[in-house]
Design a protein around this ligand. Structure first.
Ligand SMILES: Nc1ncnc2c1ncn2[C@@H]1O[C@H](COP(=O)(O)OP(=O)(O)OP(=O)(O)O)[C@@H](O)[C@H]1O
Ligand SMILES: [Mg+2]
Length: 277
């Protein structure tokens, strides 16, 4: 490493990661076609970055996110957190990893359990990881509600998801994701069900959280304009391959790969305007 160009430290790295799915065999079908969701992906996300993963439906975005938070294991290749491989984690060390990485899902109407109150939803990770007692958990939940802008926290504490708007539900999902103070959060299309003004408010919240708590984000979206608005760098994914990685403004202004150029052409304008700040 050159002294003049100190390498920024990677928080998350994927090296040659492939994921193959074997769909369940259909009763009448003789063939069992495997789906190659990810084909030898290399990706490196730096600490403190909001990194965008952009591609069309079926390109492998959610698969990438699920592998990074270890909801699934890769077929081959390696994933590292702070330089340590996560492939072989089991038992207590896997549980510890799961407290450092969190995922926010696309649909705030389906991702929250309708039978759990907002307090139960946000405190569940604390309970699962055995952190604190009832009193400290209550305080932590109220504090986290304030952080995500559901204020005063007491007004939301005993409510249920159906009593909240889509934007408020996504704030609850963010609260649940940050309550364990993770290093890394995967946000999988977190605003695709929200209208534009609510989406921008959520982007502002994610940016605020990144700055306040030094968290690192992977933001998954099919919308290049949204990625440009929120992200420092963007990777473009196409049929399980990363075709281009660059700074967000460079990707938009000087796309290199023909597929990126095509994506820019088919995007319905950059309605979200310029960068934040
Ligand atoms: N559990 C599974 N079993 C079989 N195939 C799967 C499974 N999950 C994903 N796939 C396939 O893997 C490929 C990538 O899917 P993935 O969900 O990662 O795409 P995506 O980019 O998130 O798409 P979208 O924008 O629609 O959410 C697709 O062809 C999908 O059908
Ligand atoms: Mg997806």
């Amino acid at each position: 490493m050159s002294k003049n160009h100190p390498k920024k430290s990677s928080l998350i790295e994927m090296k040659g990661v492939t994921k193959e799915y074997t769909p369940r065999k259909q009763f009448f079908s003789k063939s069992q076609n495997k789906v190659l969701a990810l084909n030898s992906i290399d990706l490196s996300i730096e600490k403190g970055e909001i990194f965008g993963l952009v591609g069309q439906s079926g390109s492998g975005k959610t698969t990438t996110g699920r592998l990074l938070v270890r909801l699934e294991a890769p077929t081959s290749g390696s994933i590292y957190l702070n330089g340590s491989p996560i492939n072989r984690l089991k038992g207590a060390s896997l549980k510890a990893y799961r407290s450092k990485v969190q995922m926010i899902f696309q649909d705030p109407y389906q991702s929250l359990n309708p039978h759990l109150s907002i307090a139960q939803t946000i405190s569940e990770p604390l309970v699962v990881h055995g952190l604190g007692n009832t009193t400290s958990q209550r305080e932590k939940v109220l504090h986290t509600l304030e952080i995500v802008g559901l204020s005063p926290g007491n007004d939301f504490y005993d409510r249920y998801p159906h009593q909240l708007s889509g934007g408020q539900r996504q704030r609850v999902a963010v609260a649940r994701a940050i309550v364990l103070d993770p290093d890394f959060i995967v946000a999988d299309e977190p605003t695709s069900m929200l209208d534009a003004t609510i989406a921008i408010q959520l982007f502002k919240l994610l940016t605020e959280i990144r700055e306040r708590f030094d968290m690192t984000f992977l933001f998954i979206t099919h919308n290049l304009a949204a990625a440009n608005y929120l992200c420092d760098r963007i990777a473009v994914i196409h049929e399980g391959h990363i075709v281009e990685v660059n700074r967000a403004d460079k990707i938009i202004q000087h796309p290199e790969h023909p597929y990126t150029k095509k994506l820019i052409q088919v995007q319905p304008g950059f309605k979200l305007g310029g960068k934040r700040g």
